[in-house]
Design a protein around this ligand. Structure first.
Ligand code: GLC
Length: 492
């Protein structure tokens, strides 16, 4: 349990403690409470930097909309921070193949291989049954060479096929690859740049499906027919689309943060054709990379960025994504230690170590009910001796960092949804957003704050949020099922 009141006195001088001890209990309590509320109040003051008011959110939304417009236009695309990448996923799927598909999901610290059976249920609706296996990706693979990374992926697929006795089958494969890709078609696209701590050399600027096919060939113990590559936002949108045909936006708030949506083809200048809609992977995580967030970024954001593998890139994502939230809190706590407002002004070695404050701790601390037991245990685990007031201040720090993230993220989604409403000139836009990601799903209050702020910023829009289950895999399988059918139609 947390230490009792006497232990969380500032107690800078022994003298003060001695005077305290000689005071009658009532007076002692009063002085004690005063010190405590002083630290809390001072910490609160420091944390007001994280507040984002409605007008600021509107300003962010407008800036993002400008970047989106720049990203879509041919003449300004190169200079836009938000790349608005066409995905070649179109609005009019005309049926799909049924059968077995293999889906791969690469984008975080785990790589997943999944067998998806696409079929129809008793009412003629599509259904996808899945069975998956998770493989962890070690840092040396993430930051080695592209050949190492794709050889490892091929090794995992081979292992999966062995486990399911399917080595002999040449299955159609859909690849959820959650990084910025400039597509030339649904099954062809070059990686623009790595994000989220990946850095494998020799991949940027190359066709990712080509790298995968080469690795499978090098291995030589199985064959695959790679039919589609999609971003995780797109897979999420597609997987929710089959439950709710109003789902035309996909979003991820996990390790990284990004969204896609259905844009009018006439606005997609990078692809020929004017008819219908195409899904655009916004890659909004890079918002701010050309200076649009400078007046919003705090000293902590700058340190997180400087210490990352991609300084100057993905600045919006570095405020919201799970890869960064824990580190932001750690830096805030160090600041509070420096100001002598927590832990008696002393940081443990562990707290001083980069990456030690994991994002899951943030969720756990904010889930802590009144007694702060969980918070105390986490802080003890980090070598800190925490008083009850320390626990409360840490809780407040986590809450401010994640509330800012939720509200920042809301201005992004509001930018997309308001744009869609204007595009479609509808009085009220009725729309569903499919969402996935650990921050959205596991944090106790992120989604509520996020929903509330989005609704505040999107008048005349009727939004339904649906949480996607297994979106990355199921979405990749469904896109492949459509693409597979299309390839037969085109081939006929
Ligand atoms: C990063 C990637 C993006 C992905 C997102 C969520 O922002 O660049 O492609 O969708 O993370 O995983």
């Amino acid at each position: 349990m947390c230490r009792n009141t006497l232990q969380f006195l500032t107690a800078d001088t022994v003298q003060e403690v001695l005077i305290f001890n000689s005071l009658p209990t009532n007076t002692r309590m009063n002085k004690d409470m005063k010190n405590v509320s002083h630290s809390f109040h001072m910490a609160e003051q420091i944390l007001t930097e994280f507040d984002l008011h409605r007008e600021e959110l509107e300003e962010l939304m407008h800036r993002l909309q400008q970047e989106m417009e720049k990203g879509l236009r041919l003449e300004s695309h190169e200079d836009a921070s938000v790349k608005m990448l066409p995905t070649y996923v179109r609005s009019t799927p005309d049926g799909s193949e049924v059968g077995d598909f293999l889906a791969l999901d690469l984008g975080g610290t785990n790589f997943r291989v999944m067998l998806a059976k696409v079929g129809e249920d008793d009412h003629g609706r599509w259904k996808v049954d899945t069975n998956h296996q998770m493989y962890s990706i070690h840092e040396d693979i993430m930051t080695g060479t592209a050949e190492m990374l794709f050889d490892y992926i091929a090794e995992c697929i081979s292992d999966f096929l062995d486990r399911h006795s399917m080595k002999h089958k040449k299955l159609p494969l859909g690849f959820t690859f959650s990084f910025p890709v400039r597509h030339e078609d649904i099954d062809k696209g070059i990686l623009l740049n790595w994000t989220k701590g990946f850095k494998a050399s020799g991949a940027e600027g190359n066709n990712i499906v080509g790298l995968l096919r080469d690795a499978i060939k090098r291995r030589g113990d199985f064959e695959m027919d790679v039919v589609a590559m999609v971003n995780d936002t797109v897979a999420t949108m597609i997987s929710c689309y089959y439950e709710d045909h109003r789902c035309e936006v996909g979003m991820i708030v996990g390790t990284g943060c990004n969204a896609c949506y259905m844009e009018e083809m006439e606005n997609v200048e990078l692809v020929e054709g004017e008819e219908g809609r195409m899904c655009i992977n916004t890659e909004w995580g890079a918002f701010g990379d050309t200076g649009e967030l400078e007046d919003f970024r705090l000293e902590y954001d700058r340190v997180v960025d400087e210490n990352s593998l991609n300084p100057g890139q993905q600045l919006y994502e570095k405020i919201i994504g799970g890869k960064y939230l824990g580190e932001l809190v750690r830096l805030v706590l160090l600041k509070l230690v420096n100001e002598n407002l927590v832990f008696n002004g002393e940081a443990s070695e562990m707290l001083k170590t980069r990456g030690s404050f994991e994002t899951r701790f943030v969720s756990q601390i904010e889930s802590d009910s009144g007694n702060m037991k969980q918070t105390y245990n986490i802080l003890t685990g980090l070598g800190l001796s925490a008083s009850e007031m320390d626990c409360r201040i840490v809780h407040m720090a986590c809450e401010r960092v994640t509330t800012r993230a939720a509200r920042m993220c809301a201005s992004g989604l509001a930018a997309v949804i308001n744009r869609m409403r204007e595009n479609r000139a509808e009085q009220t836009l009725i729309i569903t957003v499919g969402i996935d990601g650990s921050v959205y799903k596991l944090h106790p209050s992120f989604k509520h704050k996020f929903h509330a702020a989005v609704r505040e910023l999107t008048p005349r829009c009727d939004i339904t949020f649906i949480q996607s289950e297994e979106g990355s895999g199921r979405g990749a399988a469904l896109v492949s099922a459509v693409a597979y059918k299309m390839s037969f139609l085109i081939g006929q």
